[in-house]
Design a protein. Structure first.
Length: 254
């Protein structure tokens, strides 16, 4: 089964008639102890193309709802089969915020990312997102149809997870973020992955220089980067949303 086929199309390709397909749906519903009205729902599910998941990670102190409001602003064309997943980071004490407990993908000890990293926290969150990607694969989504996205801390985890993933992924969207020092770039499975990186030139949280140094490090390791810089602080702007839209359409249209 290819990433672009529905289960019904696979069955048709193997000579299963429409009538036999509907009978299969009825038998499946009965076997699950469901009423006959569920046969149509099962048929609809099997005839629906799997939607490409975009797993979008929020920044420090936010939650999974932080970027949900941007989705309507993307105005993606209806033929783009896509769904957004917004996971929540675990609540943990953040050293830089006097140990206050808040949602965070890992601990921060200072605003200078050159200082000691919370490598254990980064690896833990990266493993959690890897498990989420593998869950999508278990649902029939090919790994090379999965996009990892993230803002600030979330972008660092998206980069770390994707660049160490054991199978090819579709793309990385890294917004106002940086590449963790502990990220091992020896795994070349995703050497040719499509990477969208964007940063605000007025960012006073994650300095734009950190983002640019991460871009340089990735390029020196052979990764191709689509780099975008905007006149904005640590946030997302309208121009950036348009660029994200175009990148998603181009990526998902392949």
């Amino acid at each position: 089964m290819s990433a672009h086929e529905t289960f019904y199309e696979v069955m048709r390709r193997h000579g299963i008639t429409r009538r036999s397909f509907l009978k299969f749906c009825s038998l499946t519903a009965a076997g699950l102890g469901l009423g006959p009205e569920f046969a149509g729902r099962i048929a609809h599910a099997l005839e629906t193309k799997p939607r490409t998941p975009v797993i979008w990670l929020h920044g420090l102190g936010a939650d999974g709802n932080d970027f949900a409001g941007i989705v309507p602003q993307l105005t993606l064309p209806p033929e783009i089969s896509i769904r957004f997943i917004f996971p929540h980071a675990p609540v943990r004490p953040i050293t830089i915020n006097q140990g206050y407990h808040m949602p965070g993908w890992y601990d921060l000890t200072s605003m200078n990312i050159d200082n000691d990293e919370d490598e254990a926290g980064i690896n833990e969150s990266s493993a959690a997102i890897r498990a989420l990607c593998q869950q999508q694969e278990s649902l029939g989504i090919a790994s090379d149809r999965i996009i990892l996205a993230g803002f600030s801390q979330g972008g660092a985890i998206a980069l770390h997870c994707a660049l160490n993933y054991p199978l090819p992924l579709a793309g990385i969207m890294a917004l106002s973020t940086y590449l963790p020092h502990c990220c091992d770039l020896q795994n070349k499975v995703n050497q040719n992955i499509d990477i969208f990186m964007a940063h605000g030139l007025q960012d006073d949280v994650v300095d734009a220089d950190f983002g640019d140094l991460s871009r340089q490090r990735l390029e020196k390791s052979g990764y191709g980067i689509k780099w975008h810089a905007y006149t904005m602080p640590h946030s997302v702007c309208a121009e950036e949303i348009l660029d994200i839209r175009e990148w998603l359409i181009q990526n998902l249209g392949r």
